[in-house]
Design a protein around this ligand. Structure first.
Ligand code: PHE
Length: 338
């Protein structure tokens, strides 16, 4: 009887489904049994007499349904197993502390620059910017350094083929400030400067300065000293002791080198100050009359002081950094310390 054969096939197929170890094996059983050339397709019911055909057809459909749902059930078992093993692998301990964001930090030169800008703006100074590619006029001539002046050799200059240059100091921004704003004037100008120097632990071809200038009626060395002491006390968080020595720069007269009492040994003498008790910190002076005149300011009516602070050097002193090359190294181990 056809129904019996169908019954037997169904029982055999159920057993194979039961035995299938994985999805591939199960799929193979499905193809063998329900596929187009599978075992259930072999029955040619069309040749049976109509009574028998009805019964056999019913049996065949019933078998197909039973098997289809058996496949489905088995398949779901595999799906659940796959999910479970994935969940086991991808398990996360949500009670672990998060690694936390790693925010960037300010560059040490930027930190000091920001502090000095805050201080000077609170004292009524404007913060000015100037171009890094400068004209020969602003970098030299207008600062009382004419072409044949020996002071041009004090700063090894990167000249561009068009006659311009990379500014060797921030002093040209003094000139631009006087030209644009006129007197009275209180300005600072932080920025990058460039010198054609051999690079070593204490020399870089690119470093930062901060220029300062005040032009007003009756400006004296006493004003200069007051502002420098205020500046240095703020930066080093303690009363700064300063002294002036004569220093030569063509754009100031008189010109000074300002020393600060050594903060390491409080003036007693140590390796940092080479036993002198003093550390050379910044050049400064009263603005030369020629400089005022060239920028259209009458030196009989106005006077001024100017200073040039080495921001990079100051950062090295404050943080005890002994190699200037670290600043532009981009080394995160260095930068993350600030
Ligand atoms: N521009 C000078 C330099 O870089 C420093 C300086 C600035 C000196 C202002 C006096 C006054 O060497």
């Amino acid at each position: 009887m056809v129904e019996d054969q169908i019954q037997q096939l169904q029982a055999a197929a159920l057993a194979r489904i039961e035995e299938a170890r994985d999805r591939d094996a199960l799929e193979q059983v499905r193809v063998d049994v329900l596929g187009r050339k599978g075992s259930l397709a072999q029955f040619d019911l069309g040749k049976l007499p109509s009574e028998e055909r009805k019964i056999a057809g019913k049996a065949l459909n019933a078998a197909k349904q039973v098997l289809a749902s058996a496949f489905e059930t088995k398949d779901q078992t595999f799906a659940a197993e796959a999910l479970n093993s994935r969940l086991k692998q991808e398990w996360l301990d949500l009670t672990l502390p998060a690694p936390g964001p790693r925010p960037g930090s300010l560059h040490p030169v930027t930190i000091i620059q920001n502090e000095i800008e805050d201080l000077f703006t609170s004292l009524g100074f404007a913060v000015l910017d100037g171009p890094e590619v400068e004209t020969e006029y602003h970098n030299f001539d207008a600062l009382n350094i004419p072409p044949e002046h020996p002071a041009r050799d004090m700063q090894d200059t990167f000249w561009l083929s068009n006659g311009h240059l990379l500014r060797t100091h921030t002093s040209p921004v003094q000139v631009r400030g006087m030209e644009r704003l006129g007197p009275p004037l209180r300005m600072i100008a932080p920025g990058r400067v460039f010198r054609n120097e051999e690079v070593d632990a204490s020399h870089e071809h690119t470093f930062y300065q901060l220029e300062g200038m005040m032009v007003d009626r009756k400006v004296s060395v006493a004003h200069l000293i007051y502002f420098m002491k205020t500046l240095l006390s703020a930066i080093f968080h303690r009363e700064a002791v300063v002294r002036l020595r004569p220093g030569y720069f063509p754009f100031v007269e008189p010109g000074f080198e300002l020393d600060i009492g050594c903060l390491i040994c409080a003036g007693v003498g140590c390796p940092v100050c080479k036993q002198s008790g003093w550390v050379e910190l910044l050049p400064c002076g009263l603005v030369h009359p020629n400089v005022l005149r060239m920028s259209g300011i009458d030196p009989d009516e106005w006077g001024g002081f100017a200073f040039g602070l080495g921001l990079t050097r100051l950062a090295m002193m404050r943080y005890g950094i002994d190699d200037i090359r670290l600043f532009a190294s981009g080394d995160l181990r260095f930068l993350r310390q600030f």
